[in-house]
Each structure stands twice: as C-alpha cells, then as structure tokens.
Design a protein around this ligand. Sequence first.
Ligand SMILES: Cc1cc2nc3c(=O)[nH]c(=O)nc-3n(C[C@H](O)[C@H](O)[C@H](O)COP(=O)(O)OP(=O)(O)OC[C@H]3O[C@@H](n4cnc5c(N)ncnc54)[C@H](O)[C@@H]3O)c2cc1C
Ligand code: SF4
Length: 488
Amino acid sequence: MADPQGFLKTTVRETPKRRPVPVRIMDWKEVYEKGDAAVLKRQAGRCMDCGIPFCHTGCPLGNLIPEWNDLMWRGEGRAAIERLHATNNFPEFTGRLCPAPCESACVLSINQPAVTIKQIEQATIDDAWTNGWVEPEPPSRLTGKTVAVVGSGPAGLAAAQQLTRAGHTVAVFERDDRIGGLLRYGIPDFKMEKDQLDLRLRQMRDEGTRFRAGVEIGRDITWPELQDRYDAIVLATGSTVPRDLDIPGRDLAGVHFAMEYLVESNRAIAGDEVANQITAEGKHVIVIGGGDTGADCIGTAHRQGALSVTNLAIGRRPEDARPEHQPWPMDPHVFEVSSAHEEGGERVFLASTVEFLSNDAGEVRALRVAETEYVDGRRVPRSGTEREIPADLVLIAMGFTGPERAGIDEQIDAPFTARGTFVREDDFATPVPGVFVAGDAGRGQSLIVWAIAEGRAAAAKVDEFLSGSTVLPAPVKASDVAISVLPA
Ligand SMILES: Cc1cc2nc3c(=O)[nH]c(=O)nc-3n(C[C@H](O)[C@H](O)[C@H](O)COP(=O)(O)OP(=O)(O)OC[C@H]3O[C@@H](n4cnc5c(N)ncnc54)[C@H](O)[C@@H]3O)c2cc1C
Ligand code: SF4
C-alpha cells in the first residue's frame, strides 16, 4: 500500500490551484495549474489501500485506484499508467472532466477529506505523455472482421480502440468535420485543451483505427448500406436533442440553445472563421440550467467579455454538506462552485421562467422570472414574485431528451424506448442483428466516465458476436446505474 501512515500524517486535502480569475478569463487555456509533484506524492500517500476499496464501486470503469495511488506514491509512473490504462482508455479526459464519484465513495472521506483521486489520475497520464510512455498498441493479428462505429465521442472512441486492438478493422464515422463528439465541440478548452484529444487520436490512428469525419450516417451513407459494408455496427451517436423551453417569446432573436453557442465558440477557438458568431461580448447574458452545460456557457461568456451573467436554476440550492438521505458511499448532490461560477455572475435558485420580453426590433431584451413554489409536488411560479432580468443573450442549457433518429428508425427499424433512447439489451445489443448501442444514445444524457465504460463493455459484446468469444473487459451492463443521481 501507499504510505501506511500517510492518512495520519497528512489530513489536509491539497488540489492543484486554479489560475487567478482575472488572468484566466483573458485566455482559453485550462483553468488548473500543473500539480506540484511533492503535493501529489503526499496526497497519493493518503490512500489506505482498503480491504474493500469502495472507490471502485464509485467508478463505473472500476479503475484500480489504490494500485496506481501506491505506484505514484512510490514514483513508479510507468507502472502506474499501465494499471490505469488497464481499465481506462482515456484517463486524460476523466482526470480533467470526471465529477469523481470515486471520491464520494472513498473510505477516508467518512471522517477526512477524500484522497485526491482525480488529480492523481490526471497527473499519471500527463506524466506518461511527457515521458513517452503512451505508445500505440496495434493488434498482433487481424481477424478480417469489420466494424463501423457511428459517433466519435468518448463512447465511440473507447469502443473503437478496444475493437481495433482486438484485431478487427474499425472505421469511426462522424458527421462533424472534426473527431471527438462533445469533447471537441461541447466542452470548452478551459476545461480540457484539445491537444489532449488530438494526442489520443494520433495513438488510435497509429493502432489502425480509421476516422471518417464529415460523414452523416442515415444521409451520406444509409444505415442499410452501412450494414452491407460492415460485419457489426456500434451506435454511439450521443444524446443530442436539446430540451426546449416552451414559453412566450422563445422565437425572439438572441435566444439560443447552449450547444448552438458552445459549438460556435469552440470552432472559433480552433481557428475557424465563424460567420455571425453568437457571442456574449458586451451583452447581458442569462444561462438557464444549472448543470455542466450551463457552467460551460458561463465560463465561455466571461471569456468573451459579457457585461453580466445570470445563471437560473429551477431547483433549490443544494446543501453545502452531504445530506443525511445521501449517505456515504453515495455520490451526494451538494452545492458546488465550478471554476466558471468562481469567475463571477449571479446564481439564482428556485427560478421559474415566465416569458421572454422583446424590444422593437424583435430581439430579446429581458426575461420575466418568478420564484418557484411547490404545489402538490409540482414546481410552479409563485404569484406576486415576478420580476424582469435584462438580457441580450439567453442560453437554454436544460439538458437533452435523447438521440436524434437520423432516419435509423425508418431505414433499419431500430426501436426507441419511451424515454427516447435506443432499445437495447443488457449486453448493448439492439433488436437489429449486429447493431449495438453505447454511451448517451442508449443511457441518455450522462457522463464521460460512463460513456467510456459503455464503449469498452459494448466492444466486448461486439467482439464476442464476431469471434464467438472475447477476452475484452466489460466493466458495466447497460442497466447499471450510478450509486447516486447527479443533477442534470
Ligand atoms: C456542454 C457539455 C459539457 C459537458 N461536460 C461534462 C463534464 O465536464 N464531465 C462529464 O463527465 N460529462 C460532461 N458532459 C457529458 C458528456 O460530454 C457526455 O456524457 C459524453 O460526451 C457522451 O459521449 P457519447 O460518446 O455517448 O456521445 P457524444 O460525445 O455526444 O458524441 C456523439 C457523436 O455522434 C455524432 N453523430 C450523431 N449522429 C450521427 C450520425 N448519424 N452520423 C455520424 N455521426 C453522428 C455526433 O455528431 C457526436 O459527435 C457534458 C456535456 C455537455 C453537452
Ligand atoms: S474515472 Fe472518475 S470515477 Fe473513475 S477513478 Fe477517475 S475520477 Fe474517479
């Protein structure tokens, strides 16, 4: 185990510093400074190597957390990255972006702050890239079987890497002009710079995975054509249909879905010319929705020079500490201050949106909101509390209702659940022979760590389907759920 007395000697949780707000909102670089090696070692040394490592149950990937904590504490980074890669294809994504349910389940967190698992994960992979320890792992033999992966987010990429390494010939189809799914055009650089994605894609190309960007399946190639050309298909098309806000004035100029705004911003940061870009510069901005997408809009608006940013959430302000009804090792719903919230703006809870108000030019000028009250378990605007919040730009970040159908239901008769996701068995197979589903397309809006876990598990089932047996790991079943419910 890591230092047997580490948790007694070091009782303080130390995480890397965020760059000062006035400095970081002047650029798009990652918010966090590089962690100090001595601090990291000290923190890794706090891991108790518990007989029953509950952190494993918090992590959908089943990451072998105490093992790599120990190795990082000993300074054996090369061995640590091998243990980390044994369960996680992309620790650079989760190390930066995962909400770390493992830390909520850390045994030390019962009476001390949890081990900084996520930061140790990030440092392990960052050191590995720096030292050249991440190398392509091409298959030793080819099976002659072909797989089409549709969608290049974390679920599709994880499935593709696993299947390529198993010897199948894999092509990833992506309708966007660049590969990466939400990692590319959803999540801003201040959370994860895109060179992290590009490094991993280079490794995948060198292993033999083929990427076909700018190809929409269902339109450029039909689903039956894809079935004819490939022995198996993995649908990893994400949950991309945004939840709308059906109140008067929704069609006014200046009211947009969050993803319209974030995609354009990410394109501009990547150096693309974006005609008539939606920007927050010099505007009063309202972001409706309190989740990750909303926070990304807030951080982007600050960097674009918004005059003000107001974030509305319909629910109550979460409690500061773990609520009694969400005991350890559950991942509790607590009040969090993300880096974007720290950068300024106002957060309003229990806010009910009533109406978008227009100026003479048909542009939004304000949003009418009221306080929310609960009547018979339903959230309704409390009468007499209505007020106007000035706004030139309103971003709707209220989550996603499910995958787009893209003609698949008509072309190959793939059925959908009442929730709008693809119907699938516990082994990720749809009722259409040879077609499997991984990630948000099957689970609904979720997290990167779940997308990677599903991509790995679906790959195992595809391998078994193609080869009759498999040695690939399947960390989750389609029906598995987190040991908590995170806010949307
Ligand atoms: C703004 C935002 C911020 C987020 N931040 C976080 C975070 O910090 N941490 C976290 O854990 N999770 C976060 N999430 C959630 C996380 O990004 C998703 O759960 C994850 O990306 C899902 O992965 P996926 O591979 O299933 O789908 P996606 O990443 O959505 O990728 C699906 C891809 O399929 C492509 N596609 C769809 N249809 C077709 C077709 N017919 N033909 C070809 N291509 C197609 C799409 O263009 C897309 O690129 C965030 C989500 C959003 C929207
Ligand atoms: S992927 Fe997420 S849950 Fe798993 S060890 Fe890393 S931070 Fe924890």
